[in-house]
Ligand binder design. Sequence first.
Ligand code: ADP
Length: 334
Amino acid sequence: MAMNNGVVSGKASGGGLIVSFGEMLIDFVPTVSGVSLAEAPGFLKAPGGAPANVAIAVARLGGKAAFVGKLGDDEFGHMLAGILKENGVSAEGINFDKAARTALAFVTLRADGEREFMFYRNPSADMLLTPEELNLEQIRSAKVFHYGSISLIVEPCRSAHLRAMEVAKEAGALLSYDPNLRLPLWPSAAEAREQIMSIWDKAEVIKVSDVELEFLTGSDKIDDAAAMSLWHPNLKLLLVTLGEHGCRYYTKNFHGSMEAFHVKAVDTTGAGDSFVGALLCKIVDDRSVLDDEQKLREVLKYANACGAITTTKKGAIPALPTDADVLTLLKRGA
Ligand code: ADP
């Protein structure tokens, strides 16, 4: 990794493939803020889905990324696949369902601060991915295999997820997990917790937010003891992101925290995905980052900068930074 005035610089990735598995969908957000879904005069399309955002985050930073999942064989499905391709993400692992539609989510933040969701997943195409449809060759070529938990909610996607993880692991990929809790999609909170934890001990890198840490541990404290209660023997790096307070990191041999960058946040959607994409770009070709605290801190500074930049613009994908954008913020400093 090149160093420049103490700043991690240069190309984000030397070429190892990062495969991101899961859902890609369209969020429909009101054209005006502070209204309920019923009151909204119109909606804007905001492509998203955490695993797809991560793939685009990687590609935009100069890394090699692929997305694996299923979209509807409809205007929106082909539009989303087009967005991945335009951003340099391999779409060879995408299947298109003839019968089910691309997932849609109508989302709003009402004036009273309550979030309202309405999902079109009855079922949507992403939920129907089968193990047989997986592009195993591509999955086997991954150096890092990244996933969330929404793909665990129903069959057959759940089996496809488990199979893809297994194949990637056998082929030597590093497994990376960001549960990305979306409670309204689960039948119950208990089911969400159980399923999220059902694959916990497989991943070598796990990132949770402060809210997810509380949810998974059942503790209302965001401290080292709560984080370490999530530790498992295969784990190499556990990250807890804290929004404007940066992040904490835990490894077998050391732990600590990294401050966030001060920015004028407009919309925090995608900050965590941007953070994860940056982290994966930096470890895909240099796993020594996981054992070397100094290197890890440089990488997390870079990842925090990516997260911060992503909050400065509306939407997730349009706000994901390039390597040059990140270097500008790193040179400016916190
Ligand atoms: P998630 O989107 O998964 O909830 P966070 O909101 O914790 O994740 O954001 C991930 C990272 O992005 C944080 O660790 C931080 O570095 C950066 N970030 C998020 N929100 C802000 C903010 N308001 N100001 C500066 N950096 C932020």
